[in-house]
Every structure is written in structure tokens, then in C-alpha cells.
Ligand binder design. Structure first.
Ligand SMILES: [Zn+2]
Length: 305
């Protein structure tokens, strides 16, 4: 774990720069959420939703170091104790594995943003040859040492030299909304997929009911890290522009198993009174349940022929 004090990333030290729409380049936009210094904008030309200002491209990877999975303030940034919630992640990824294996039952798998390796572990048990890419050294070390996954790379996808068409399945759960250039990333994924390969993504849906009802309190508005907000339309367009055909796009199975402790922590953001009422339940924090607010999309796509 990264230590205390001076070597810890201070988010307020990261520079912020104004940006235009990454999908079409226009800087004409309507502000849909204002949360100074950040704005969530809907592009006036193509309707894509993005955050401005944001951390510049070449600094973004700094957000996803060891602090990310051990955040002091997880409702704003990262996860509080991600690696300690193993039982929840395993149950979540078992469900995800059932979705993914409807499209591919065997072969070579690449996971982008593999975190502690729980999904890779599930898929390895199902007979896949697995590789992972993960920016956090601590999460990589966990996957190697605790789960025995040696094929997890502490690097960015663009720094690795995978051969074109070398994967039957590529997955990226809760990743694309964080990337400086998701459109180049999708083209990279397309290039790495075998001709009959499948890509599975998950990301939050800014057109969902939860997003519209909760407004600026929606839990996916974490402006430093969620710099793009797709909806079904912009997702299909982005995939098509990368040469990928959407096979399925669903809010089903996009939920997560969470612990009561995690739920109580997240409630702080929505309702302080509810949070105070729930606080006495903290000794039961280890209890787990499945939550799907239907505000994310699970998407499967394949290379266009
Ligand atoms: Zn645009």
C-alpha cells in the first residue's frame, strides 16, 4: 500500500484544462450539470456528454495509482478498500462471466482495467487463457500474489505490444469513461480482436432514469475520473466508428454485489439523514446484496465484416 503523507497523490494538485467534444471536436455545448470547477456538457453538434475542464491526457494515468483502490473519500474518487471486498467482486464477476460466455465460451481473453484480477480468475476457471492490463501496481501485485495471475501487466494498453487479432474476447468494465481518448482505445481493441472475436464493455448510462432523476447527485458524476458519459446512442456510434457492430446493449446484469458497509458509505452522498439512520447497522457491514439501479450499460460488440 502506498504510504502516508508526502508521496500520496493530492488530487487538487492535478492541473485541469478546458476541452472540446472528443467525438466531433465542437466546443459548442449545453451545460447539464455545473459543479465548479467542473461542467458536464452535452455537445451542441453531436450530443455526446463530456466533462470540462479535466486533467490533461498525459496526466490522467496518475489518478489510477495505488490510491485509487484505497481512497480516503470514495464517494468522490476511487474505491475505499476495493481489494478487501473480494467476496462482493467475485459474486459480481461470476454474474458478468455468465453474460460474457453467452458470446464466447473459450479462447484468449484480455481484460483492460483488470483491478485485482477477480474477473480474470473467474474466466481462467472457465478455461480461458487470460491477460490483464492494470495501472495500479498494488492491484497488479494482488492479482499476482493472491490469485496467482502472472499475466497481468502494470501498463497502459498502448504501451504493450500485443499482436493484431490475438484475442477472442476483450472486456473492459467501468473503464472507457475514464480514458483520455476512448475512441482511439476502441479502435485499438478492434485491432486486437480476432475476426470472430467479441468485445464486452460496461459503462454508466447518462440517459438512464437514475441519472435524470438524481441530477448532480448521481453517483457516476465523479468528475475527475468519469470524464465521458455515454448513452445507448453515443455508445453505438462510437462502436460503429471503430468498426464494431453492437450485438447487445442492456442494463440487465450490469449491477453489483455490494456490502452494507459500502451502501452506508455511499448514502452519505444522497441523504445525510438516511446515512445517520443507517449508521447503527455498521456492525452488519459485511452483509452483501445485489443492486442494479439500471444506470449502466453492458454492451457486446463484434468486428464488422
Ligand atoms: Zn460533439
Amino acid at each position: 500500500m502506498t504510504g502516508n503523507g508526502d508521496d500520496r497523490l493530492r488530487l487538487t494538485d492535478l492541473p485541469l484544462v478546458p476541452v472540446a467534444c472528443a467525438m466531433c471536436g465542437s466546443d459548442e455545448a449545453k451545460v447539464i450539470v455545473s459543479d465548479p470547477p467542473f461542467e458536464v456538457r452535452r455537445c451542441g453538434r453531436c450530443a455526446f456528454v463530456y466533462v470540462s475542464p479535466r486533467v490533461p491526457d498525459d496526466e490522467i494515468h496518475r489518478i489510477y495509482g495505488d490510491e485509487y483502490f484505497q481512497s480516503d473519500c470514495p464517494s468522490d474518487y476511487g474505491y475505499g478498500g476495493y481489494l478487501e471486498d473480494a467476496a462482493c467482486h467475485r459474486k459480481t464477476f461470476r454474474k458478468k462471466a455468465r453474460f460474457v460466455t453467452r458470446f464466447k465460451q473459450s479462447g484468449r481473453l484480455l481484460e483492460i482495467g483488470a483491478a485485482g484480477g477477480f474477473f480474470l480468475d473467474e474466466m481462467r476457471r472457465r478455461g480461458f487463457q487470460v491477460e490483464g492490463v492494470e495501472l495500479s501496481p498494488r492491484a497488479c501485485a494482488f492479482a499476482r500474489e493472491q490469485l496467482g495471475i502472472e499475466t497481468i501487466h502494470n501498463a497502459r494498453l498502448q504501451d504493450l505490444d500485443f499482436a493484431p487479432a490475438s484475442f477472442d474476447l476483450i472486456v473492459a468494465f467501468d473503464v472507457i469513461e475514464h480514458l483520455a481518448d476512448p475512441f482511439t482505445a476502441l479502435r485499438d481493441m478492434r485491432r486486437l480482436l480476432a475476426p470472430d472475436g467479441v468485445l464486452v464493455l460496461q459503462t454508466q448510462n447518462v440517459a438512464s432514469l437514475a441519472a435524470r432523476v438524481l441530477g448532480r447527485r448521481w453517483h457516476h458524476y465523479k468528475h475527475l475520473e468519469h470524464i465521458y458519459h455515454f448513452d445507448p446512442d453515443s455508445m453505438r456510434r462510437a462502436l460503429a466508428e471503430a468498426g464494431l457492430e453492437t450485438l447487445e446493449l442492456t442494463a440487465g446484469r450490469s449491477g453489483k454485489y455490494i456490502s452494507l458497509a459500502f451502501f452506508i458509505e455511499r448514502m452519505r452522498r444522497y441523504n445525510r439523514i438516511a446515512h445517520l439512520l443507517l449508521k447503527p447497522l455498521e456492525p452488519l457491514g459485511h452483509l452483501r446484496f445485489y443492486v442494479n439501479p439500471f444506470d449502466e450499460m453492458l454492451v457486446a460488440a463484434r468486428p464488422e465484416t
